[in-house]
Write a protein of this length. Structure first.
Length: 142
């Protein structure tokens, strides 16, 4: 009997490639989200450091500059929060694309498994039939 060949193997290979692409895109999206979160932490740390430094300031111009710096940090924070919101949306889209790619691949893998099981069953039947023919042929000669 000829060996097992899955007729949709190229499609399965394509689906596996698409899944890997979706994984990579999801990784990039999560990385961007993490980068923004780290930037937000940095802004918070800068704000806390400035508050600590402002406690020791006695000069009015230094306090004014610290206040302006707070405004700048607040502006950066707001911008980063908007970016984070967008990044989370992109990440969720990529996560959904990943789920879909995995689902498509899984369907073909299950089909391949079923066809392989069917092929093995058929091969076993054919082998049993061949053995029966050989045994029957030897019995008739005797």
């Amino acid at each position: 009997m000829k060996r097992f060949v899955f007729s949709l193997q190229k499609v399965l290979d394509l689906r596996e490639f698409e899944k890997k692409q979706a994984e990579a895109e999801l990784g990039r999206a999560v990385g961007e989200e993490t980068r923004i979160e780290n930037s937000l932490k940095s802004v918070a740390e800068s704000r806390a450091a400035t508050v600590r430094a402002a406690d020791n300031m006695r000069n009015l111009s230094d306090l004014y500059n610290a206040n302006r710096y707070f405004a700048l940090l607040d502006q950066q924070k707001e911008q980063l929060l908007e970016e984070l919101t967008q990044a989370k949306l992109v990440t969720e889209e990529k996560r959904e694309a990943m789920r879909e790619a995995m689902k498509k691949q899984k369907v073909l893998e299950k089909l391949k498994e079923k066809r392989l099981a069917s092929w093995k069953k058929e091969a076993l039947k054919e082998e049993e039939s061949t053995v029966d023919d050989i045994v029957t042929g030897q019995f008739e000669r005797s």
